[in-house]
Design a protein around this ligand. Structure first.
Ligand SMILES: CC(C)(COP(=O)(O)OP(=O)(O)OC[C@H]1O[C@@H](n2cnc3c(N)ncnc32)[C@H](O)[C@@H]1OP(=O)(O)O)[C@@H](O)C(=O)NCCC(=O)NCCS
Length: 155
């Protein structure tokens, strides 16, 4: 069972060191980049993923409220946005990604959102098949070369 824990002065270096495989590096920003950007991202939620005392990954989400005048036209509103998800190369394939999706849906429910969306690269090795297992389906929208996926928040 993994837990999403706030990143602290004591744990930050262990989370910073987690990496996806080299051939996956184009799929997701590195943890140092995500941690830096999260400081400037309003409504963001950033957590380290831990299996007991072992750090296994990182998750970051953004709460997107109902439409505001500044909202990007055509981008979904009133949704939870899964901004970053990575499981360390050595820890993949053990079910942690699946557990992380339950945590993402749980956070969406805490925000009161019933829809979750995210962007995903469509190149070889992409996580599209992973997300489809959780009911997140491709839309017609592409931003910066990445496909927008959307689906219902699961219980
Ligand atoms: C995608 C990722 C988060 C999945 O985490 P994981 O811990 O390896 O996944 P799990 O072991 O929980 O796998 C859950 C299920 O998804 C499947 N799956 C995992 N990665 C997959 C992929 N890239 N494509 C299709 N299915 C995938 C597994 O086979 C498993 O299927 P099953 O339950 O039917 O047996 C992880 O591989 C990762 O960090 N990848 C690199 C970064 C990335 O792509 N992040 C997403 C950016 S949008």
């Amino acid at each position: 069972m993994i837990e999403a824990r706030e990143i602290s002065r004591e744990s930050v270096n262990r989370i910073l060191r987690l990496k996806v495989r080299e051939d996956q590096a184009f799929l997701v920003a590195s943890n140092p980049v995500t941690i830096a950007q999260a400081h400037y991202e309003p409504n963001s939620w950033l957590r380290g993923l831990w299996s007991g005392e072992l750090p296994v990954g990182l998750i970051a989400m953004i709460d997107i409220p109902p439409a505001t005048p500044e909202a990007d036209k055509g981008f979904p509103t009133n949704v939870a946005y899964l901004w970053r998800l990575m499981i360390d190369a050595d820890q993949q394939g053990k079910g942690y990604g699946r557990e992380a999706m339950q945590l993402a849906f749980g956070q969406a429910r805490i925000w009161g959102r019933s829809t979750l969306c995210l962007h995903v690269a469509e190149k070889a090795g992409s996580a599209i098949g992973f997300y489809r297992k959780f009911g997140l389906e491709p839309t017609n929208r592409v931003d910066d070369g990445e496909r927008l996926l959307i689906g219902s928040v699961r219980r």
